[in-house]
Structure formats: C-alpha cells, structure tokens
Write a protein of this length. Structure first.
Length: 76
C-alpha cells in the first residue's frame, strides 16, 4: 500500500501530464519531426525565460547544449 501524494508531488505529476498532452498535440497537428521540434522550442522558451528571470546561467547553458544536440542529430 502506498502513501498519498504530497501537494508538490501532485503538482509535478500534473505538470508532467500536461507536458505530455502538449507534446502529443504538437505531434498530431504538425507531424512527428516538426511537432517534436515545436514542442522542444516551446519548452526552451518557457524554461529559458524562467531560468533567465532567476539568473540561472547553468540552466541556460544546459538548454543551449540540448538544443545544439538536437541540431547536430538532424544535420548529420
């Protein structure tokens, strides 16, 4: 028997569910590759803006690294 989820855990679970729904909608609307790219750009915009407001340079570097990895994957 598992314990009930804490508020923070419920919030994180709902956030993951929302993101998965958004990803599925982008893919359904635009196709596999373009939908995945649009979803990634939406994530970068959202998380990049939050990281910038916090002044979190490391998070911005990680986002840039992830975007560069996607670029390399699709150009080589």
């Amino acid at each position: 028997m598992s314990r009930p989820l804490l508020r923070g855990e419920i919030r994180a679970q709902r956030s993951r569910e929302y993101l998965m729904k958004q990803q599925a909608e982008f893919i359904q609307k635009h196709g596999e590759d373009l939908g995945a790219l649009y979803f990634l750009l939406m994530l970068l915009q959202t998380h990049g803006k939050k990281a910038q407001r916090r002044g979190d340079v490391q998070a911005l570097r990680l986002l840039a690294h992830d975007l560069h990895a996607v670029y390399l994957k699709h150009t080589q």
